[in-house]
Design a protein around this ligand. Structure first.
Ligand SMILES: *Cc1c(COP(=O)(O)O)cnc(C)c1O
Length: 479
């Protein structure tokens, strides 16, 4: 064993007992269990020893321990300011919920509820009645809810196609992001993928040619969501597929992805009402297929997400023919993929907002409906408060979240040109590391901030964060 010299830096480190006897030690013990304090002190001492071993000066153990203990009280899931202009940003948690949904969650979370209890009959009930009646009212067909749309597709494929073939166009064998690939979900569900047509073009005759009376169980149509093929392209209209499905006796399932419910609710033709949609987003939404339109075309089952254009909590919604839904409900996977009571509480509240046409209470819709001159006014306010580095420019936001790609939202942005000695990338990093974290876009050497996705109450903190970042970049080193 090496004999430590008096100047041995390891020897300079305080002991746990020393630390517990300090003034901070007393404060920690007041606030946290002793075992937790000791554990974090050990961690802080280990950090110091690692620094010494690496030839660096260790930070004050006391301060490190204090930081570690305080971090235990903080949530790892932190709010961020989304100034990217991407309304449904999957990495930022997709749809912010309306106030009604937040209140419903708060009311349900801390106590008991009639989640699966029929209060009038005094016996077990079904959890899907809560959102079900609202969904049926909005969609004109019964529906059921599972954990997310990936789960919805998995359940449908397992129930209707396991052991047999599902026909899918080669142009629709997409990956939706973060590991959701149609071919892989199909395989795991027990269904066999039968690819149809070519990547860029699939005709109705291709489906007919791929049909095998012994093996074909399902025709699946998938919204290509996050990519677009251009040039010599085509796929059959949904009505053509429905006609073929009827003729061949196999159900047609449409995975719509986003599930736009915003519509005048006046029967099958459901173009978003133009008068109530901002110019900037009406064309983007007009391209988006709706569940009602798919049902009106005769699709047997339609599935979509709860937290995309619908603007609600994470959920997968399946609607369509009652006898098929009854089969899905009987499948043991339905139990495994079921949605939580907080999701039902939130979903029911959002759906009620739709029925009562409280569209401006739904943040996703509010962001899509905000008029361009309102965005411009907000951008001008920010720019004036930020100062000479900021300039208001026209630009584009995105729907995001697997909605029709290439559809942008015209917006007014604040462009920040960082001063000499720094870069837009360094500024972006500083803002992202701040408290609150601000997420922006970079385009060339400019940082872009889009007011569309920033809540009013966040304007002030955003401006402060940008001002602080600009002044620290000026005085500090280039990051
Ligand atoms: C987003 C999307 C999914 C996955 O939905 P989640 O709710 O994220 O599970 C599936 N299919 C399509 C077409 C999508 O756009």
């Amino acid at each position: 064993m090496a004999v430590a010299s008096p100047s041995d830096p390891y020897r300079q480190l305080p002991s746990i007992d020393d630390l517990l006897r300090t003034e901070s030690g007393a404060l920690w013990l007041n606030r946290f269990p002793r075992s937790v304090v000791v554990e974090e002190l050990r961690g802080a001492l280990a950090e110091a020893r690692r620094a010494i071993a690496g030839g660096r000066e260790p930070a004050a153990v006391n301060a490190v321990a204090d930081r570690r203990l305080r971090r235990l009280e903080q949530s790892s899931l932190r709010p961020v300011i989304n100034a990217t202009g991407v309304v449904l940003h999957t990495n930022l948690g997709r749809a912010p919920l309306p106030r009604s949904a937040i209140e419903a969650i708060a009311q349900t979370a801390g106590g008991y509820s009639n989640l699966e209890y029929d209060l009038s009959a005094g016996r077990r009930g079904r959890r899907d009645v809560h959102a079900g009646t609202w969904l049926e009212r909005l969609l004109g067909a019964p529906a059921l809810v599972v954990n997310n749309n990936a789960a919805a597709i998995f359940l449908i494929l397992n129930e209707l196609s396991a052991g047999g073939e599902t026909l899918v166009s080669r142009g629709e064998l997409v990956e939706i992001g973060d590991g959701f690939r149609i071919p892989e979900i199909l395989e795991k569900s027990g269904a066999v993928l039968r690819e149809v047509g070519a990547t860029n073009r699939t005709r109705i005759e291709d489906y007919r040619a791929a049909f095998d009376p012994e093996r074909t169980r399902l025709i699946l149509r998938v919204h290509p969501s996050n990519f677009r093929i251009s040039g010599f392209t085509g796929r059959p209209e949904v009505a053509e597929l429905v006609g073929l499905g009827r003729e061949l006796g196999v159900p047609v399932v449409d995975d719509l992805g986003s599930g736009l419910l915003y519509q005048p609710l006046k029967g099958p033709s459901n173009d978003p009402p133009e008068d109530s949609l901002a110019e900037s987003s009406s064309s983007a939404l007009r391209e988006e297929p709706t569940p009602r339109r798919a049902l009106a075309a005769g699709v047997d089952l339609v599935s979509f997400s709860g937290d995309k254009l619908l603007g609600g909590p994470q959920a997968g919604i399946i609607t369509g023919r009652a006898e098929l839904l009854a089969r899905l409900r009987q499948n043991p996977l339905f139990r495994a993929l079921r949605a939580d009571k907080l999701v039902y509480a939130a979903l029911e509240a959002v759906l009620r907002d739709y029925v009562l046409e409280r569209y401006d209470d739904i943040p996703v819709l509010q962001m899509l409906r905000v008029p361009a001159d309102e965005l411009r006014r907000r951008a001008e306010g920010w720019a004036a408060a930020i100062g000479s580095a900021a300039q208001v420019v026209p630009g584009r936001g995105l729907l995001g979240g697997g909605s029709t790609p290439g559809q942008t939202l015209s917006s007014w942005l604040v462009a920040i040109s960082p001063g000499p000695g720094t870069t837009s990338a360094a500024l972006e990093r500083t803002l992202r590391a701040g408290e609150p974290a601000v997420l922006a876009r970079i385009e060339g050497d400019r940082l872009l901030l889009d007011p569309r996705t920033v809540f009013d109450a966040q304007s002030e903190p955003l401006v402060q964060a940008v001002r602080a970042a600009l002044s620290s970049e000026e005085s500090g080193p280039v990051g």
